[in-house]
Design a protein around this ligand. Structure first.
Ligand code: PMP
Length: 408
């Protein structure tokens, strides 16, 4: 099994000069035991990365989502490099911005326009501003356990650096609870500007959950009848379930969809798309950033979307994930464990049942990681189109060894 001397040395140094050493979702804090995990990456290609100690991992986190067509994908990198040679950051946008907007409008059924930024949080924040500008109302409903970024409105008022007023008009509802949602909206008639939600529930440290039958259709109708803007946060799920937006997968039509992560195969770009009705409000809201017009990531995103479609990558990821899940379920069973798998096969959440403290599951994920299959225990994993049958076969062997190890 692997050792991580250099990763640990770097982290020790970083802890003195960088807050948390490594902050946010890359923080080693939820990786238990942290000694089973690499912290620093040296290079990445296809479905794999190498850490600074020279260990190789089949990557089941894909950078927490952005990598969808393989690291260092030659098609995407060539498109990006070609654009960069001409212009990346200058005093105006490049032609590719219009081409990318056109591609999104052609690909996503609800999209009549597209807007670009850098991070998921840039476009979820923009979606709230548009909903408020359009309706002239203040309140936004978001759902408990849903993640929309680190902007103060999206955080718990109890968290460090957040004040009560930061989230004053943010109302927290419950996933899959249509009746409560309806009750609230009727009680606060003409007060709710928007509802923001992920297309299915994918919280951390908990089983993921699909929408109940007709849940989304009912929410869509409620929003239409009450003049509320329906916002889908497809930042994590986008381009893994359906090229037309994950709402198409679940059969409903929102007014706005936020994309990030997989849209540029690792190049920094996010997008908000919306319907014609909201074009005017979207134009009236002031929202921009120093690097939001950079052309290289736009060229990468254009190439990524075309390549995803051209290679039928969504189906490939579904099939690869299904194969992985079937194999893991059987191996767990052979060892006397019940591995519960929830969410979409291209980005499932895993949990060994009868393990309320998660200790056993954490241990198993760590044992897999230090044998070369990078698994987290608290967050959904991600499959890419670069994951091969060979990767899955190797991963299942590793999973088998790891089950043997946790029994000892
Ligand atoms: N929404 C969802 C569903 C996410 O998963 C994330 C990122 N994990 C965000 C929004 C925020 O995106 P970013 O970190 O790029 O701001």
């Amino acid at each position: 099994t692997y050792s991580y001397t250099k990763s640990q040395e770097l982290f020790k140094k970083a802890a003195d000069i960088i807050p948390c050493g490594i902050y946010g979702h890359f923080s080693p804090a939820p990786l238990i035991p942290a000694s089973d995990y690499p912290f620093y990456v040296a290079k990445a290609e296809g479905s794999k990365f190498h850490d600074v100690d020279g260990n190789e991992f089949i990557d089941y986190m894909c950078g927490y989502g952005p990598m969808v067509l393989g690291y260092s994908n030659p098609v995407i990198d060539t498109a990006a490099r070609t654009q960069r040679k001409n212009v990346n950051c200058a005093t105006g946008p490049a032609e590719v911005m219009v081409d990318l907007a056109q591609e999104l409008v052609n690909t996503i059924p609800i999209a009549d326009w597209a807007f670009f930024a850098k991070n998921g949080a840039d476009v979820t924040a923009y979606s709230l501003m548009i909903a408020r500008a359009y309706t002239g109302r203040d309140k936004i409903i978001r759902l408990k356990g849903g993640y929309h970024g680190t902007a103060p409105w999206a955080q718990s008022p109890n968290h460090h650096g957040i004040t009560f007023n930061d989230a004053n008009d943010i109302v927290i509802g419950e996933w899959n609870n249509y009746d409560d949602l309806e009750k609230y909206v009727h009680k606060h008639k003409n007060e709710v500007a928007g509802i923001i939600s992920t297309p299915y529930h994918h919280p951390t440290f908990a089983d993921n959950e699909y929408p109940a039958d007709s849940y989304w259709k009912k929410v869509e109708n409620l929003c239409k009848n009450e003049g509320i803007v329906l916002i889908v946060d497809d930042v994590r799920t986008g381009f893994r379930l359906d090229m037309g937006g994950s709402n198409e997968y679940f059969g409903f039509k929102p007014d706005l969809i936020a994309f990030c992560k997989a849209i540029g195969n690792g190049y920094p770009i996010s997008a908000l798309v919306g319907t014609n009705d909201l074009m005017n409000a979207a134009s009236n809201v002031f929202h921009t950033g120093s690097f939001w017009f950079s052309a290289e990531p736009m060229a990468a995103a254009l190439a990524t979307i075309r390549e995803l479609k051209h290679t039928n990558a969504v189906k490939k990821m579904f099939d690869t994930g299904t194969k992985l899940n079937k194999g893991l379920t059987e191996i767990a069973k052979d060892h006397g464990y019940d591995l519960k798998i929830t969410g979409h096969p291209a980005m499932s959440y895993y949990r060994i049942t009868d393990d309320p403290s998660l200790m056993l599951h954490q241990k198993w994920c760590g044992e897999c990681t230090k044998r070369g299959a990078y698994f987290t225990s608290h967050h959904n994993w991600f499959i890419s189109a670069a994951h091969s049958d060979e990767d899955i076969t190797k991963t299942l062997l590793i999973a088998d060894e790891a089950f043997k190890a946790i029994k000892k």
